[in-house]
Design a protein around this ligand. Structure first.
Ligand code: GLU
Length: 340
């Protein structure tokens, strides 16, 4: 999971982006970054770690402007460093992308793009989107998006802008959520609705395989074949704070009923419906190493201990590797038999 945001309108963009990112910080805190376009072209500020680090980076080198995009990352491909923080740039630095999701065929596309002369500076899968858009750019960002995303396999919600096409943000979605906020001569892009509710209650939800083109004049929806899509805006009547408890009398009941959603949200960035592949890259364990595992220990407490008991059941069933479950406070004080 990660959070993406975008804003175009009359206000200074940086406080709006930072404020919206703060509400999305629960979605990822490996790094954060923003890109803003003004008379000087595209300016990017990024920082490893929490949003407060990004705020310090911006305070040290302020930027002004009226439109931009931002990201708070939960790394899947590449370490959680500043270099790997979004937004990612093409070779010219004029086109930038923020991305939530996983590009399955990024290695294949990266190889092709490198052969064609594109220079990569990060370890992420996301960077290929910027270079692929650069390759297909022929005067229209929308048609570059259309062409690039027809080659991309995977799951994504992206915010894209280019100083070659001023005053425009393009959002595109297949998988992770993307919501468009409609304000008074100002428009918002975000990974979830509560993030923008303090600005507007009129929203449009992007469907899979759709893109939104946001300018100061308004927003237009298209499918990825480039055909216009008409959709009525929805007015959100719930309050962001009250919404936390929704119509449920108490939180416990809400959390019980939210389990299918919570599980889906947790795995949507980790699991490809197309290939059935599971992505747990930051484990840094190869399949060969995994195949050599002789025993698995779960060390947990409270709720996670109960979850681990279920995990033991499932893992032994699936892997035929013995699993032991320990209460963490006890594991700490005995001399457990564990191999390196
Ligand atoms: N795959 C991208 C990355 O590793 C985006 C991850 C995310 O959705 O947070 O940077």
């Amino acid at each position: 999971m990660c959070g993406i945001v975008g804003y175009i309108g009359q206000k200074e963009v940086v406080p709006v982006l930072v404020n919206t990112l703060r509400k999305l910080e629960y979605r990822g805190y490996d790094s954060a970054g923003i890109a803003v376009v003004n008379g000087d072209g595209v300016s990017v500020r990024r920082s490893a770690g929490k949003l407060s680090n990004l705020e310090s980076a911006i305070a040290a080198e302020p930027i002004e402007g009226y439109y931009g995009i931002g990201h708070t990352r939960w790394a899947t491909h590449g370490r959680p460093t500043e270099e790997n923080a979004h937004p990612h740039r093409d070779c010219t630095g004029q086109l930038v992308v923020v991305h939530n999701g996983i590009i399955e065929n990024y290695l294949e596309l990266k190889g092709q793009l490198q052969q064609e002369g594109h220079k990569f500076v990060t370890e992420t899968d996301t960077e290929i989107i910027a270079h692929l858009l650069e390759k297909h750019y022929n005067g229209s960002l929308e048609s570059a998006v259309k062409k690039a995303f027809s080659e991309i396999r995977g799951i994504y919600a992206c915010g894209i802008l280019s100083s070659r096409e001023p005053n425009k943000i393009v959002g595109v979605r297949s998988g992770p959520p993307l919501v468009v906020g409609l304000g008074q001569q100002e428009y918002f892009l975000a990974s979830d609705t509560p993030a923008i509710l303090s600005h507007t209650r009129d929203v449009l939800f992007l469907d899979n395989q759709e893109m939104v083109v946001m300018t100061k004049e308004g927003v237009q929806l298209f499918n990825l074949q480039g055909e216009p899509v008409t959709r009525a805006a929805q007015n959100i009547t719930w309050d962001a704070n009250l919404a936390e408890k929704g119509d449920y009398p108490h939180y416990m009941l809400k959390e019980i009923f939210e389990q299918p959603w919570a599980i889906r949200e947790t795995i949507v960035d980790r699991f490809s419906l197309n290939s059935g592949r599971v992505y747990l890259e930051e484990f840094e364990i190869t399949e060969e190493q995994l195949a050599k595992v002789e025993k698995i220990n779960f060390v947990a407490a409270g709720t996670s201990w109960h979850a681990a008991l279920v995990g033991k059941f499932l893992l032994e069933e699936l892997s035929r590797v013995p699993v032991e479950v320990d209460i963490s406070s006890e594991f700490r004080y005995r001399n457990p038999v564990v191999k390196p």
